[in-house]
Write a protein that binds this ligand. Sequence first.
Ligand code: MV4
Length: 478
Amino acid sequence: MRAAREMGIPTVAVYSEADTQALHVRSAAESVLLGPAPANESYLVIDRIIDAARATGCDAVHPGYGFLAENAEFARAVTDAGLKFIGPTAKAIRALGNKLEARAMMMNAGVPTVPGGEVKSGKLEDFKQLAGKIGFPVLVKAAAGGGGKGMRVVEDEAELLDAVEAARREAKSAFGDETVYLEKYLGRPRHIEFQVMADEHGNTVHLFERECSIQRRHQKIIEETPSPALTPELRKEMGEAAVAAAKTADYTSAGTVEFLFQDGRFYFLEVNTRIQVEHPVTEFVTGVDLVKEQIRIASGEKLSFTQEDIHQRGHSTECRVYAEDPANGFLPSAGKLVYLREPAGANLRIDSGVYSGGEVPIFYDPIMSKVITYGANREESTERMILALTDYRVLGIKNNVEFLIEVLSHPEYRKGNLFTGFLDQFLPEWQPRNENKEISLALAGAALAATATESHTASGTASTAASTPWQSLGGWEL
Ligand code: MV4
């Protein structure tokens, strides 16, 4: 909406009954109610969104990065309604959505993939043979999967048949497609992805990488660019592979080519056919507004830059602030956001979906905001992030801010020693250092409010003045 506004384009928000007071509704020129809180009665009902676009005279639909953003049927319906879909074509979304199909396309285009493949016969005997050829451990993956759903690690042949059958059942009930395939299991990979952009005139570029290894249960929590693992040579090679991947899929708009990276080698994983949550780190380091560029591409323009125009300058870090309790199994936290004060400053961006006094609904993904920092180098960006998070004040909703600070402060994080198992290995069963922080903050606030009127006049005469902490310290800080 901000990108559109800067381009002089008015926007219409759609929302559910749970989101009547939501920030995105307040930010749009107009808004349309889709239906009740459950997403399958509102945000996931394709026809209602098309109707809302038509009723308000929209020219285009931006799918964002949730709900229907990677739904080929939705992209098709938008196009069939005579509207422009701000994203890739339905055909590209569909082809890349099938992981086995995407893998085959990439192998054809010369993009490195993890050793493995399909068992066309579907016979368990043939799975055994393939697994033997790949070498254990192997990973059973669902063709229709992605994001970690329906995966199973198999350590030896004895476990294989059960795993294949279980993965098939799971895939069938989750995706309606029981096709599974095998890959060599990489035990300690980094997740490194490349941003790509392509226009409708055959121009395709990459905007370098993002390292997203710090995640739990396939939910990313810290992303950064550049990746501490890449050399200029590897970066060039991976960037070229990402562009080849986009070209072979006839890709248009913004997309992400995901790779696993281990022992100096990279392997294609999948393509995310949407703008991603972590896109701001790329914007900081390249200076390109990716959403504006998406809108320009959708209106038929050529890319406003070439590959040679794009450079990485400095370092950027993003932390996702979630409404969840890290001390209690990361259980989502909902309710009234009693008080919120977000940090501010140079080289700091906050993309927030909440506000002080607002409600955080239970119905959707518990992300509250994204804090993004920029620095001349990794140390500066990380230090700036720690200070920003230290200044992030939340009352009423459990959140992961302290947890994030601890990850950023960890010696292995500082060394850039990142891999997808980082949190399980270095911060298992994490507990906050000061569980009473929220109570302390509330007491400090109450004390400050109670003494606000008298303190300036009476402090000089009070005999306890010297020993009271309120004289020397800001109440909130204490
Ligand atoms: C893998 C892997 C190890 N070896 N494939 C998880 C998400 C899904 N798109 C693919 N995933 C993985 N595929 C092979 N051959 C490890 C993961 C994986 C992972 C990948 C990226 C980011 C976080 C992850 C967490 C656990 C497992």
